[in-house]
Design a protein around this ligand. Structure first.
Ligand SMILES: NC(=O)c1ccc[n+]([C@@H]2O[C@H](COP(=O)([O-])OP(=O)(O)OC[C@H]3O[C@@H](n4cnc5c(N)ncnc54)[C@H](O)[C@@H]3O)[C@@H](O)[C@H]2O)c1
Length: 365
Protein backbone atom coordinates (compact mmCIF):
# COMPACT_ATOMS: atom_id res chain seq x y z
CA UNK A 1 0.00 0.00 0.00
CA UNK A 2 1.02 3.58 -0.58
CA UNK A 3 2.92 5.13 2.30
CA UNK A 4 0.34 7.81 3.13
CA UNK A 5 1.94 8.94 6.39
CA UNK A 6 5.48 8.93 5.02
CA UNK A 7 5.06 10.67 1.68
CA UNK A 8 2.15 13.09 1.91
CA UNK A 9 0.89 15.84 4.18
CA UNK A 10 -2.73 14.76 3.93
CA UNK A 11 -4.90 15.41 6.98
CA UNK A 12 -7.44 12.67 6.51
CA UNK A 13 -8.15 9.80 4.15
CA UNK A 14 -11.51 8.05 4.38
CA UNK A 15 -12.38 4.71 2.79
CA UNK A 16 -16.11 4.40 2.11
CA UNK A 17 -17.70 1.02 1.51
CA UNK A 18 -21.33 -0.01 0.98
CA UNK A 19 -21.43 -3.54 -0.35
CA UNK A 20 -25.14 -3.69 -1.43
CA UNK A 21 -24.84 -0.64 -3.71
CA UNK A 22 -21.29 -1.56 -4.77
CA UNK A 23 -19.89 1.75 -3.51
CA UNK A 24 -16.14 1.77 -3.05
CA UNK A 25 -14.84 5.31 -2.65
CA UNK A 26 -11.91 7.14 -1.13
CA UNK A 27 -12.15 10.73 0.10
CA UNK A 28 -8.83 12.50 0.68
CA UNK A 29 -8.57 15.78 2.55
CA UNK A 30 -5.15 17.27 1.93
CA UNK A 31 -5.49 20.53 3.81
CA UNK A 32 -8.09 22.60 5.63
CA UNK A 33 -5.62 25.43 6.29
CA UNK A 34 -7.78 27.86 4.31
CA UNK A 35 -11.19 26.34 5.10
CA UNK A 36 -13.30 23.30 4.23
CA UNK A 37 -11.62 21.15 1.59
CA UNK A 38 -13.27 21.58 -1.83
CA UNK A 39 -12.72 19.33 -4.85
CA UNK A 40 -14.58 17.05 -7.22
CA UNK A 41 -15.49 13.37 -7.29
CA UNK A 42 -13.82 11.29 -9.99
CA UNK A 43 -15.65 8.10 -11.06
CA UNK A 44 -13.11 5.88 -12.77
CA UNK A 45 -12.42 2.16 -13.37
CA UNK A 46 -9.06 2.07 -11.60
CA UNK A 47 -7.05 -1.06 -12.23
CA UNK A 48 -6.28 -1.40 -8.51
CA UNK A 49 -7.14 0.12 -5.13
CA UNK A 50 -3.56 1.34 -4.93
CA UNK A 51 -3.93 3.27 -8.21
CA UNK A 52 -7.10 4.87 -6.88
CA UNK A 53 -5.40 5.86 -3.63
CA UNK A 54 -2.36 7.33 -5.39
CA UNK A 55 -4.64 9.30 -7.71
CA UNK A 56 -6.88 10.72 -4.98
CA UNK A 57 -3.91 11.76 -2.83
CA UNK A 58 -2.31 13.53 -5.77
CA UNK A 59 -5.54 15.20 -6.86
CA UNK A 60 -6.40 16.35 -3.33
CA UNK A 61 -3.00 18.00 -2.85
CA UNK A 62 -3.33 19.76 -6.21
CA UNK A 63 -6.69 21.18 -5.08
CA UNK A 64 -5.05 22.82 -2.03
CA UNK A 65 -2.71 24.72 -4.35
CA UNK A 66 -5.44 25.52 -6.88
CA UNK A 67 -7.87 26.82 -4.25
CA UNK A 68 -5.13 28.83 -2.52
CA UNK A 69 -4.13 30.71 -5.67
CA UNK A 70 -7.74 31.16 -6.74
CA UNK A 71 -8.14 33.22 -3.56
CA UNK A 72 -10.77 30.87 -2.14
CA UNK A 73 -11.40 30.22 1.54
CA UNK A 74 -11.13 26.52 0.85
CA UNK A 75 -8.58 23.84 1.45
CA UNK A 76 -7.95 20.95 -0.91
CA UNK A 77 -9.72 17.62 -1.12
CA UNK A 78 -10.86 15.16 -3.71
CA UNK A 79 -12.76 11.89 -3.90
CA UNK A 80 -12.64 8.90 -6.19
CA UNK A 81 -15.33 6.30 -6.74
CA UNK A 82 -13.88 3.02 -8.01
CA UNK A 83 -15.87 1.61 -10.90
CA UNK A 84 -17.03 2.13 -14.43
CA UNK A 85 -19.36 5.15 -14.45
CA UNK A 86 -21.19 3.89 -17.53
CA UNK A 87 -21.99 0.56 -15.83
CA UNK A 88 -21.84 0.99 -12.05
CA UNK A 89 -23.42 4.39 -11.44
CA UNK A 90 -26.82 4.07 -9.77
CA UNK A 91 -29.02 6.29 -7.63
CA UNK A 92 -28.37 4.14 -4.56
CA UNK A 93 -24.60 4.16 -5.04
CA UNK A 94 -24.52 7.95 -5.42
CA UNK A 95 -26.77 8.41 -2.39
CA UNK A 96 -24.60 6.06 -0.32
CA UNK A 97 -21.61 8.17 -1.36
CA UNK A 98 -23.56 11.30 -0.34
CA UNK A 99 -24.04 9.91 3.17
CA UNK A 100 -20.29 9.46 3.57
CA UNK A 101 -19.71 13.04 2.36
CA UNK A 102 -22.29 14.22 4.90
CA UNK A 103 -20.65 12.19 7.68
CA UNK A 104 -17.55 14.41 7.39
CA UNK A 105 -19.66 17.32 8.63
CA UNK A 106 -18.45 19.83 6.04
CA UNK A 107 -14.70 19.16 6.26
CA UNK A 108 -15.03 18.07 2.61
CA UNK A 109 -17.32 19.65 -0.01
CA UNK A 110 -17.68 17.76 -3.26
CA UNK A 111 -18.29 18.69 -6.93
CA UNK A 112 -18.12 17.12 -10.41
CA UNK A 113 -14.97 15.70 -11.96
CA UNK A 114 -14.16 13.21 -14.71
CA UNK A 115 -17.00 10.67 -14.81
CA UNK A 116 -19.47 12.66 -12.71
CA UNK A 117 -21.95 15.25 -13.94
CA UNK A 118 -24.31 17.92 -12.69
CA UNK A 119 -27.21 15.43 -12.58
CA UNK A 120 -25.11 13.11 -10.37
CA UNK A 121 -24.42 15.93 -7.91
CA UNK A 122 -28.17 16.56 -7.70
CA UNK A 123 -28.52 12.96 -6.49
CA UNK A 124 -25.56 13.14 -4.06
CA UNK A 125 -27.11 16.34 -2.68
CA UNK A 126 -30.23 14.41 -1.63
CA UNK A 127 -28.08 12.90 1.13
CA UNK A 128 -25.62 15.70 1.81
CA UNK A 129 -25.64 19.47 2.14
CA UNK A 130 -21.93 19.61 1.26
CA UNK A 131 -22.30 19.33 -2.51
CA UNK A 132 -21.64 21.85 -5.30
CA UNK A 133 -21.85 21.58 -9.09
CA UNK A 134 -25.58 20.88 -8.90
CA UNK A 135 -27.93 21.87 -11.73
CA UNK A 136 -29.09 25.45 -12.01
CA UNK A 137 -32.71 24.38 -11.45
CA UNK A 138 -31.62 22.91 -8.11
CA UNK A 139 -29.84 26.09 -7.03
CA UNK A 140 -26.47 24.97 -8.36
CA UNK A 141 -23.78 26.56 -10.51
CA UNK A 142 -24.30 24.17 -13.43
CA UNK A 143 -21.61 23.30 -15.97
CA UNK A 144 -18.23 24.49 -14.66
CA UNK A 145 -16.47 24.26 -18.02
CA UNK A 146 -17.86 27.66 -19.10
CA UNK A 147 -15.86 29.60 -16.53
CA UNK A 148 -12.94 27.15 -16.68
CA UNK A 149 -12.47 28.07 -20.35
CA UNK A 150 -12.93 31.78 -19.57
CA UNK A 151 -10.18 31.52 -16.93
CA UNK A 152 -7.82 29.71 -19.32
CA UNK A 153 -8.37 32.51 -21.83
CA UNK A 154 -7.52 35.10 -19.15
CA UNK A 155 -4.30 33.23 -18.31
CA UNK A 156 -3.44 33.10 -22.02
CA UNK A 157 -3.95 36.86 -22.34
CA UNK A 158 -1.56 37.42 -19.43
CA UNK A 159 1.01 35.14 -21.09
CA UNK A 160 0.59 36.99 -24.42
CA UNK A 161 1.22 40.28 -22.63
CA UNK A 162 4.36 38.85 -21.03
CA UNK A 163 5.79 37.61 -24.33
CA UNK A 164 4.47 40.06 -26.93
CA UNK A 165 3.64 43.15 -24.84
CA UNK A 166 -0.17 43.20 -25.37
CA UNK A 167 -2.82 41.06 -23.66
CA UNK A 168 -4.44 39.74 -26.81
CA UNK A 169 -4.23 36.67 -29.02
CA UNK A 170 -5.24 38.62 -32.12
CA UNK A 171 -3.23 37.45 -35.12
CA UNK A 172 -1.66 34.54 -33.15
CA UNK A 173 -2.02 30.88 -34.09
CA UNK A 174 -3.28 28.78 -31.18
CA UNK A 175 -3.24 24.96 -31.18
CA UNK A 176 -5.78 23.25 -28.92
CA UNK A 177 -5.52 19.56 -28.10
CA UNK A 178 -8.93 18.33 -26.94
CA UNK A 179 -12.11 20.13 -27.95
CA UNK A 180 -14.47 18.75 -25.33
CA UNK A 181 -16.39 20.95 -22.89
CA UNK A 182 -13.49 23.29 -22.03
CA UNK A 183 -11.70 23.30 -25.40
CA UNK A 184 -14.89 24.18 -27.29
CA UNK A 185 -15.61 27.28 -25.22
CA UNK A 186 -11.95 28.27 -25.43
CA UNK A 187 -12.20 28.19 -29.25
CA UNK A 188 -15.08 30.70 -29.04
CA UNK A 189 -13.05 33.13 -26.89
CA UNK A 190 -10.00 32.87 -29.15
CA UNK A 191 -11.91 33.42 -32.40
CA UNK A 192 -13.70 36.40 -30.87
CA UNK A 193 -10.27 37.82 -29.96
CA UNK A 194 -9.04 37.47 -33.57
CA UNK A 195 -6.80 34.41 -33.17
CA UNK A 196 -6.37 31.62 -35.73
CA UNK A 197 -7.19 28.25 -34.22
CA UNK A 198 -6.05 24.73 -35.07
CA UNK A 199 -7.39 21.75 -33.13
CA UNK A 200 -6.79 18.03 -32.61
CA UNK A 201 -9.06 15.49 -30.92
CA UNK A 202 -9.28 11.69 -30.89
CA UNK A 203 -13.06 11.96 -31.12
CA UNK A 204 -14.25 12.66 -34.69
CA UNK A 205 -17.60 13.95 -33.44
CA UNK A 206 -15.86 16.60 -31.33
CA UNK A 207 -13.96 17.77 -34.42
CA UNK A 208 -17.14 17.77 -36.53
CA UNK A 209 -18.96 19.88 -33.92
CA UNK A 210 -16.19 22.49 -33.95
CA UNK A 211 -15.77 22.70 -37.72
CA UNK A 212 -19.55 22.84 -38.24
CA UNK A 213 -19.79 25.79 -35.84
CA UNK A 214 -16.56 27.44 -37.06
CA UNK A 215 -15.49 26.41 -40.59
CA UNK A 216 -12.41 28.66 -40.27
CA UNK A 217 -10.90 26.37 -37.59
CA UNK A 218 -8.09 24.15 -38.98
CA UNK A 219 -7.66 20.52 -37.93
CA UNK A 220 -4.44 18.61 -37.26
CA UNK A 221 -4.46 14.79 -37.69
CA UNK A 222 -3.49 14.25 -34.04
CA UNK A 223 -1.86 15.93 -31.03
CA UNK A 224 1.65 14.78 -32.04
CA UNK A 225 1.20 16.59 -35.38
CA UNK A 226 -0.40 19.63 -33.70
CA UNK A 227 2.61 20.31 -31.47
CA UNK A 228 4.88 20.27 -34.55
CA UNK A 229 2.76 22.90 -36.31
CA UNK A 230 4.05 26.49 -36.44
CA UNK A 231 1.81 27.63 -33.58
CA UNK A 232 2.37 30.53 -31.18
CA UNK A 233 0.43 29.03 -28.28
CA UNK A 234 -0.23 25.42 -27.31
CA UNK A 235 -3.33 24.75 -25.19
CA UNK A 236 -3.59 21.20 -23.76
CA UNK A 237 -7.30 20.69 -23.03
CA UNK A 238 -7.55 16.89 -23.04
CA UNK A 239 -6.09 14.63 -20.34
CA UNK A 240 -3.15 14.94 -17.94
CA UNK A 241 0.59 14.46 -18.65
CA UNK A 242 0.36 16.42 -21.92
CA UNK A 243 3.84 17.84 -21.47
CA UNK A 244 6.47 15.12 -21.62
CA UNK A 245 10.07 15.54 -22.81
CA UNK A 246 9.46 14.65 -26.50
CA UNK A 247 6.45 17.00 -26.71
CA UNK A 248 8.30 19.92 -25.14
CA UNK A 249 11.31 19.28 -27.41
CA UNK A 250 9.07 19.29 -30.50
CA UNK A 251 7.03 22.38 -29.59
CA UNK A 252 7.23 25.53 -31.74
CA UNK A 253 4.95 27.52 -29.44
CA UNK A 254 6.25 30.33 -27.23
CA UNK A 255 3.44 29.81 -24.71
CA UNK A 256 1.77 26.76 -23.16
CA UNK A 257 -1.56 27.55 -21.50
CA UNK A 258 -4.46 25.10 -21.37
CA UNK A 259 -7.25 23.68 -19.25
CA UNK A 260 -6.01 20.12 -18.64
CA UNK A 261 -5.04 19.15 -15.09
CA UNK A 262 -1.57 17.82 -14.20
CA UNK A 263 0.05 18.75 -17.51
CA UNK A 264 3.67 18.23 -16.41
CA UNK A 265 4.37 14.56 -16.98
CA UNK A 266 7.20 14.44 -14.43
CA UNK A 267 9.07 16.86 -12.17
CA UNK A 268 11.68 18.64 -14.26
CA UNK A 269 9.52 19.26 -17.35
CA UNK A 270 8.99 22.83 -16.10
CA UNK A 271 12.78 23.35 -16.33
CA UNK A 272 12.91 21.97 -19.87
CA UNK A 273 10.13 24.39 -20.90
CA UNK A 274 12.12 27.24 -19.34
CA UNK A 275 15.35 26.20 -21.09
CA UNK A 276 13.55 26.12 -24.43
CA UNK A 277 12.22 29.65 -23.82
CA UNK A 278 8.60 28.47 -23.62
CA UNK A 279 6.43 30.36 -21.12
CA UNK A 280 4.32 27.87 -19.16
CA UNK A 281 1.17 29.21 -17.49
CA UNK A 282 0.73 26.75 -14.58
CA UNK A 283 -2.28 24.48 -15.19
CA UNK A 284 -3.88 24.74 -11.77
CA UNK A 285 -3.69 28.54 -11.87
CA UNK A 286 -5.36 29.05 -15.25
CA UNK A 287 -7.93 26.24 -14.96
CA UNK A 288 -9.29 27.37 -11.56
CA UNK A 289 -12.39 28.96 -13.12
CA UNK A 290 -14.46 25.84 -12.54
CA UNK A 291 -13.72 25.60 -8.84
CA UNK A 292 -14.33 29.33 -8.42
CA UNK A 293 -17.69 28.80 -10.14
CA UNK A 294 -18.76 25.96 -7.84
CA UNK A 295 -17.38 27.65 -4.70
CA UNK A 296 -19.72 30.53 -5.46
CA UNK A 297 -22.63 28.10 -5.21
CA UNK A 298 -22.05 27.74 -1.47
CA UNK A 299 -23.33 31.24 -0.74
CA UNK A 300 -26.04 31.17 -3.46
CA UNK A 301 -24.78 31.18 -7.04
CA UNK A 302 -24.41 34.41 -8.98
CA UNK A 303 -22.89 33.92 -12.44
CA UNK A 304 -21.70 37.52 -12.86
CA UNK A 305 -20.00 37.57 -9.45
CA UNK A 306 -18.30 34.24 -10.22
CA UNK A 307 -17.19 35.48 -13.66
CA UNK A 308 -15.72 38.65 -12.13
CA UNK A 309 -13.73 36.45 -9.73
CA UNK A 310 -12.52 34.21 -12.54
CA UNK A 311 -11.38 37.29 -14.51
CA UNK A 312 -8.78 37.81 -11.76
CA UNK A 313 -6.90 34.79 -13.14
CA UNK A 314 -5.38 37.36 -15.51
CA UNK A 315 -3.78 39.24 -12.58
CA UNK A 316 -2.71 36.08 -10.74
CA UNK A 317 -1.00 34.65 -13.83
CA UNK A 318 0.73 37.96 -14.44
CA UNK A 319 1.96 38.04 -10.82
CA UNK A 320 3.34 34.51 -11.14
CA UNK A 321 5.34 35.43 -14.25
CA UNK A 322 6.70 38.48 -12.39
CA UNK A 323 7.77 36.42 -9.35
CA UNK A 324 9.28 33.74 -11.57
CA UNK A 325 11.38 36.33 -13.40
CA UNK A 326 12.44 38.04 -10.18
CA UNK A 327 13.45 34.79 -8.46
CA UNK A 328 14.90 33.12 -11.57
CA UNK A 329 12.61 30.08 -11.27
CA UNK A 330 10.10 28.51 -13.68
CA UNK A 331 6.50 29.81 -13.32
CA UNK A 332 5.36 26.41 -11.97
CA UNK A 333 7.79 26.79 -9.05
CA UNK A 334 6.76 30.41 -8.45
CA UNK A 335 3.08 29.36 -8.36
CA UNK A 336 3.78 26.66 -5.75
CA UNK A 337 5.67 29.18 -3.58
CA UNK A 338 2.85 31.74 -3.75
CA UNK A 339 0.22 29.10 -2.92
CA UNK A 340 2.24 27.81 0.04
CA UNK A 341 2.77 31.35 1.28
CA UNK A 342 -0.98 32.10 1.24
CA UNK A 343 -1.81 28.83 3.05
CA UNK A 344 0.79 29.52 5.71
CA UNK A 345 -0.05 33.22 6.21
CA UNK A 346 -3.82 32.80 6.36
CA UNK A 347 -3.78 29.71 8.57
CA UNK A 348 -1.41 31.50 11.01
CA UNK A 349 -4.26 33.95 11.74
CA UNK A 350 -6.03 31.20 13.69
CA UNK A 351 -3.59 32.02 16.50
CA UNK A 352 -5.58 35.19 17.12
CA UNK A 353 -8.29 34.21 19.55
CA UNK A 354 -11.79 35.11 18.41
CA UNK A 355 -14.31 34.74 21.25
CA UNK A 356 -16.45 31.72 20.53
CA UNK A 357 -13.74 29.83 18.63
CA UNK A 358 -12.17 26.83 20.31
CA UNK A 359 -9.17 27.80 22.52
CA UNK A 360 -7.09 24.91 21.16
CA UNK A 361 -7.54 26.30 17.66
CA UNK A 362 -6.45 29.77 18.75
CA UNK A 363 -3.26 28.52 20.43
CA UNK A 364 -1.98 26.44 17.57
CA UNK A 365 0.57 27.94 15.37
N1 LIG B 1 -14.62 20.90 -17.01
C1 LIG B 1 -14.04 21.65 -16.10
O1 LIG B 1 -14.66 22.51 -15.48
C2 LIG B 1 -12.57 21.48 -15.81
C3 LIG B 1 -12.01 22.23 -14.76
C4 LIG B 1 -10.64 22.14 -14.53
C5 LIG B 1 -9.87 21.29 -15.30
N2 LIG B 1 -10.45 20.55 -16.30
C6 LIG B 1 -9.60 19.66 -17.08
O2 LIG B 1 -9.65 20.07 -18.45
C7 LIG B 1 -9.52 18.93 -19.28
C8 LIG B 1 -10.69 18.86 -20.25
O3 LIG B 1 -11.89 18.81 -19.50
P1 LIG B 1 -13.31 18.75 -20.24
O4 LIG B 1 -14.32 18.98 -19.17
O5 LIG B 1 -13.30 19.59 -21.45
O6 LIG B 1 -13.33 17.20 -20.66
P2 LIG B 1 -14.06 16.52 -21.91
O7 LIG B 1 -14.06 15.07 -21.63
O8 LIG B 1 -15.36 17.21 -22.20
O9 LIG B 1 -13.09 16.85 -23.16
C9 LIG B 1 -11.85 16.25 -23.33
C10 LIG B 1 -11.63 16.12 -24.85
O10 LIG B 1 -10.30 15.65 -25.06
C11 LIG B 1 -10.34 14.67 -26.07
N3 LIG B 1 -9.15 13.82 -25.95
C12 LIG B 1 -8.92 12.81 -25.09
N4 LIG B 1 -7.69 12.29 -25.30
C13 LIG B 1 -7.15 12.99 -26.31
C14 LIG B 1 -5.90 12.94 -26.97
N5 LIG B 1 -4.98 12.04 -26.66
N6 LIG B 1 -5.65 13.84 -27.97
C15 LIG B 1 -6.60 14.76 -28.32
N7 LIG B 1 -7.80 14.83 -27.72
C16 LIG B 1 -8.07 13.97 -26.73
C17 LIG B 1 -11.66 13.95 -25.87
O11 LIG B 1 -12.06 13.26 -27.04
C18 LIG B 1 -12.57 15.13 -25.51
O12 LIG B 1 -13.16 15.69 -26.68
C19 LIG B 1 -9.39 17.71 -18.34
O13 LIG B 1 -8.03 17.48 -18.10
C20 LIG B 1 -10.04 18.22 -17.06
O14 LIG B 1 -9.55 17.53 -15.92
C21 LIG B 1 -11.78 20.63 -16.57
Amino acid sequence: MTDVFGTGDHEQVVFCHDRPSGLRAIIAIHSTALGPALGGTRFHPYSSEKDALVDVLHLAAAMSYKNALAGLDHGGGKAVILGDPTRDKTEVLLRAYGRFVQSLGGRYITACDVGTYVKDMDIVARESEFVTGRSVSNGGAGDSSILTAFGVYQGMRAAAEHIWGTPTLAGRRVGISGVGKVGTVLVDHLLADGAQVIVADINDQAIERITAAHPEVAVAPDTAALVREPIDVYAPCALGSALDDPTVTALHAKIVCGGANNQLEHPGVEKLLDERGILYAPDYVVNAGGVVQVADEIGGFDFHRAKARVAKIFDTTREIFKFAERDGVPPAVAADHLAERRMSEVSRLRKILVPGSRPSEARQG
